[in-house]
Design a binder for this molecule. Sequence first.
Ligand code: FAD
Length: 404
Amino acid sequence: MKALICGGGIAGLALARCLGGHGWEVVVLEKADGLRTHGYMIDFFGPGYTAAEEMGLLPRLQELGYAVDALRYVDEDGRTRAGLSYERFAKAAGGRLISIMRPDLELALYESLPGKVDVRFGTGLTAVTHHPDGATATLTDGTDVAADVVVGADGVHSAVRGLAFGDGEGDRGAQQHGRGEPYVRRLGFHTAAFVFEDPGIHAIGRKNFVLTDTTDRQMGFYSLRDGRVAAFAVHRSADPALPDDPREALRREYGGLGWVVPRALRACPPGHEVYYDLVAQVEVPCWSRGRVTLVGDACYAVSLLAGQGASLGMAGAYLLAEQLAEAPSVGTALRRYEERWRPVVAEKQRAARRGVRWFLPGSQRELRLRRLALRAAALLPGADRYVATALAGRTKGVLRRALR
Ligand SMILES: Cc1cc2nc3c(=O)[nH]c(=O)nc-3n(C[C@H](O)[C@H](O)[C@H](O)COP(=O)(O)OP(=O)(O)OC[C@H]3O[C@@H](n4cnc5c(N)ncnc54)[C@H](O)[C@@H]3O)c2cc1C
């Protein structure tokens, strides 16, 4: 059996790793020219953690991961106004949490690929043709690749979804989000991440994720082991368009935040090295058309508000591979995958939308409430478990239940 996977991110590489392990021939298309070295820090827990354990990846992820002591919200003078102990958060997640840079998670997956997986960097696709027993993709280099299954693991703005699923005309799910990109529900924020060098800021963010305690816009820092600093930013914006120059946009939007933010913005690399996107969820009424299917953000992005997109991408890929390896036909496998995984991601998407105010307060009142909640969590026994559940929803046993 053969799979063509478009997208060599977390979901695509995890699927390639698992299908390759089941003896499938796998081709992965990745539009980037090579593995990324820039990115953002993610908390990796829940079903993706279980999938990584099943794949034997945990030792490598632990090696690449970071020991975070605390998340701290600071004022303009850098004084801590509220915080959350990571040790307690991790304990509430049963100790099954790794803080890791997204490129390092991709690196671990890439290193684990069986030799016969063919990863083609700098390549995408321009067309997908359906057949009764498979599909053919036309690649950007002009060649055709026929496969038993074509998988779009190409993120929120999935090209496979656009080519094989159309523009959403007539889909109720697409129409409910208005005239933007079909199937994409914008949540009213823009987000950005970049990596830069500044020894002073590096000293502040060591073993701590330090964020501005601000309304409507927020910037945070974490110190990397190679001396660089990873910056993360999010601000409220209803604008559906992305800026031509992300660095300029960051300087405009965050320049007034005070503390070390102006310094970080001066050290920000050029726009093409900055990650910048709308914060959005993806809802597709049916994840497969014939032998073309979707996985990860391409069909069920939960958004960074849920803090679990990478985890769900990896776990969904694991589940899809297991179904493809075990089910009597590809059609049955694709149906089972969606039946079992859709309810899990739908619950996370709802939880993320409910948590918007907690994530980025929109007023001084909401900011004060968040500070109070975090202080209570630090003092009351058992409250940290409540906060962890509020942040992450139920995570225990999710993948194992879907696999049954
Ligand atoms: C700031 C931020 C913080 C986050 N924090 C967390 C967190 O703490 N925990 C967590 O679990 N998740 C977190 N997430 C979410 C997580 O990063 C995503 O959900 C996850 O990366 C989705 O994986 P994916 O493989 O489905 O898609 P992506 O990571 O988007 O990968 C898609 C891949 O496809 C490639 N591609 C795209 N189009 C094409 C094309 N046409 N042809 C070929 N290749 C293509 C891209 O280059 C990319 O490599 C965060 C996200 C952001 C933005």
